[in-house]
Design a protein. Structure first.
Lengths: 113, 448
């Protein structure tokens, strides 16, 4: 099992979710986050006071899948999120040792679907 | 947590005892007004009551204007300070302040104690101040001015002042600074009023007065930790915009209500108030656009407030076209001070109470001496552009006297409170935020 984390542009979320649905990946946890990458942030101005390089708004997606779905998930995120501009984001793939469904107590691949 | 519970010289028990003593004192002298001949005009009375309510709304408006500009952890502290001022200054005004400000003159410096506890301030009019409305309506209208003035100062010491010290300072300042200055400028027999200085709705009494003590507060309290580069931006600009909009709305009562009647003069004040605000909002946005490549929302609403400040002393004396020029100046001078002077001298006037109210107020007072016209208000005077250059000098004298008194006495009061109670919260409390450390509350929950 893998735990896939995608950091994407906020306006790409709908497209990414659509692509994931097309690949029958229905489970995702989404949070609104701020961060920065190599492009640095954008300076903001408040009553002439410049705040250089503020952190930028991003969306963080977390998706747990079994091995069969790893590539599909990654491709769906890339399909939905890529604009070709700097700041499109990153995908991290982590090993996932265990997964338990709270309602039934199922574990592992049975639980993850 | 350190510093959350403390038994200082201002423990609640002693405060309550103090308040009871004060109240009992006032009750002894309480009485209703003797029946005066009823020449009350219902239209005028209606407008002044509405205006008093409008000006009352400015203090909560200011609370949200300021609240939106601070960090999340200090949101409630600012709202609490503003609303607590609404409570304690209202009581001070009824018990003592109104008599000190408007009571029978003592040596052109202060009002007497004859109206303590609103004795004799009743349903009949007082011809000295407003002959067509009940004296009590005038008193209530003026109360709202006394309330908002110390609230303006909060902008200079936001995010770092101890709440108990804040309460004591506010009461002292209202009694020792606001009440006398209000008497000088507006009280019958007050020496600035007699000198011919024009201040229609409180540019000197309210804005210069608050602005100068605000500067003193910024200097006495010192900079916030992390100022200027490690302070997060305003936590909720939409709330600040809402607050500014409420201020704009309430300002119609502030200025047009200062006509103390419903008629031509109040309409004229209403018009110039609105135009100056509009001109200053556009001007500040344009200056931001030129310097920072984008017009900022915060800059625009700050300009609007500065314009309202500047037109305040002039609002009963100038034409609509003059108001636009006054608004343009109100966009330029405070912008310049906030942009360059504050940075150059590195003082932390956190929400620009001095920059906007002090500088805007000074500009407005001088501008009144430039554009005032007897054609607008025969009870006023002509200014520089109407052939009376002396009026500027009279205005400048009143400005200087107010600047010196407000700054010096404000400074001394702050030092005094600091000596006895300490003005500032501990470093630890400042880091955690005033909401939790001063009030044991939080503004926002993360979930649900």
């Amino acid at each position: 099992m893998k735990y896939i984390i995608g950091i994407i542009q906020p306006d790409r979320l709908d497209d990414v979710l659509k692509k994931l649905t097309e690949k029958e990946i229905h489970l995702a946890t989404v949070s609104s986050v701020i961060g920065r990458g190599r492009q640095q942030g954008v300076a903001e101005v408040y009553r002439s006071h410049r705040e250089p390089g503020n952190l930028l708004k991003k969306i963080k997606l977390e998706i747990a899948v079994n091995e069969d779905f790893v590539d599909k998930t990654i491709n769906a995120i890339i399909d939905g999120a890529r604009t070709g501009q700097i700041g499109d984001g990153k995908i991290f793939v982590l090993d996932l040792p265990e997964c338990i469904r709270i309602r039934t107590g199922d574990i592992g691949n049975d639980a993850i679907g | 947590m350190r510093g959350l519970t403390k038994k200082g010289p201002l423990c609640p028990k002693r405060l309550i005892i103090l308040v009871i003593i004060f109240w009992a004192l006032a009750l002894c002298t309480d009485a209703h007004a003797a029946g005066q001949e009823p020449t009350v005009d219902s239209g005028d009375t209606t407008w002044i009551l509405v205006s008093a309510a409008l000006v009352m709304l400015m203090t909560p408006g200011l609370a949200f204007f300021y609240g939106g500009l601070v960090r999340r952890k200090n949101m409630l502290s600012v709202l609490m300070q503003c609303l607590m001022i609404l409570c304690i200054v209202s009581l001070q005004w009824a018990l003592l302040g109104y008599s000190l400000s408007f009571g029978p003159d003592k040596g052109s410096i202060i009002g007497g104690l004859e109206w303590l506890g609103l004795k004799g301030v009743g349903a009949g009019p007082n011809a000295d101040y407003a002959s067509t409305i009940p004296h009590q309506a005038f008193m209530m209208f003026q109360m709202m001015f006394a309330v908002i003035t110390p609230a303006l100062i909060i902008g200079a010491f936001a995010e770092r002042m101890k709440f108990s010290s804040f309460c004591v300072f506010t009461l002292l300042w209202t009694t020792i600074v606001y009440d006398p200055v209000a008497h000088w400028v507006w009280g019958v027999g007050g020496f600035l009023r007699e000198s011919g200085a024009l201040d229609f709705a409180g540019g000197t009494v309210v804005h210069i007065n608050a602005g100068m003590t605000a500067l003193a507060a910024a200097l006495v309290l010192g900079r916030r930790q992390g100022y200027p580069n490690d302070i997060s931006p305003p936590h909720n600009l939409p709330l600040a915009v809402l607050g500014a909009a409420l201020l704009w709305f309430g300002w119609f009562g502030f200025n047009a209500g200062s006509a103390l009647s419903a008629g031509g003069l109040s309409v004229s004040a209403f018009t110039v108030t609105h135009l100056a605000a509009a001109a200053a909002g556009v001007t500040w946005a344009l200056l931001d656009w030129l310097k920072h490549k984008k017009p900022t929302t915060l800059g625009m609403i700050t300009g609007v407030v500065a314009g309202l400040v500047a037109i305040t002393p002039a609002s009963g004396f100038v034409t609509p076209m003059a108001a636009i020029w006054i608004g343009v100046g109100a966009g330029i001078f405070p912008w310049f001070v906030v942009t360059y002077i504050k940075t150059a001298f590195n003082y932390d006037d956190s929400l620009d109470a001095f920059g906007v109210h002090g500088i805007g107020g000074i500009w407005g007072a001088i501008a009144t001496g430039i554009w005032a016209s007897k054609a607008v208000n025969p009870a006023g005077a002509d200014g520089l552009l109407y052939g009376n250059p002396m009026q500027i000098w009279i205005q400048i004298k009143a400005v200087i006297i107010t600047i010196v008194y407000s700054f010096v006495v404000g400074f001394i009061l702050l030092k005094l409170v600091d000596l006895v109670l300490k003005l500032r919260v501990s470093e630890h409390e400042e880091r955690i935020g005033l909401d939790l450390t001063q009030h044991r509350e939080g503004s926002y929950t993360l979930i649900s």
